[in-house]
Write a protein that binds this ligand. Sequence first.
Ligand code: SF4
Length: 182
Amino acid sequence: MKLTQEQKDRIEEQLAQFPLFGYGYLPTTEVAFSERVRYICETECPQYGKSWSCPPAVGTVAECEARINGYDEIFVFASLSEVESMDNMSLMLESRKGHEEITRQITKIFQEAGCETLTLSTESCIQCKYCTYPDAPCRCPEVQYPCVESYGIMVTELAEQIGIPYLQECGVITWFSVIAVR
Ligand code: SF4
């Protein structure tokens, strides 16, 4: 279902309850997918091959692109977290929990507006203490949001396209999520 401007306006009214740093829409045809991002996942991310929400479980970049292109447009939004130290990875990852909850609630808003959704969010899925990958199916596929980068999407480029500043310094982290809708 392609969202009308009236529906977008109604959704925007509901978004006012969240502490969003910025948001916007982009046609799926304008989303850039890159094998270079996948290479970084594979060579630099400790979560590679450890979660249903990360490569290779999410499929090839071409498969991810085809999946996103099955939707009309994406809704991109960001929120900010403050952390005491940018060098402390566990503090940084802990700070994204609020953003993940916002992502879950905004996904629900689009679904209640009648949209089919495909949500991508930050880092690896944190629903379960231990991911079942690869031994058993995902326990909660309906709330398992693959990482944006896992689809081969460069978040910094996406932020620029939407016009959201990408702050990642002085104790401030910008978390991004993407909801593809149709
Ligand atoms: S919901 Fe659980 S099993 Fe599924 S990807 Fe997330 S952590 Fe893994």
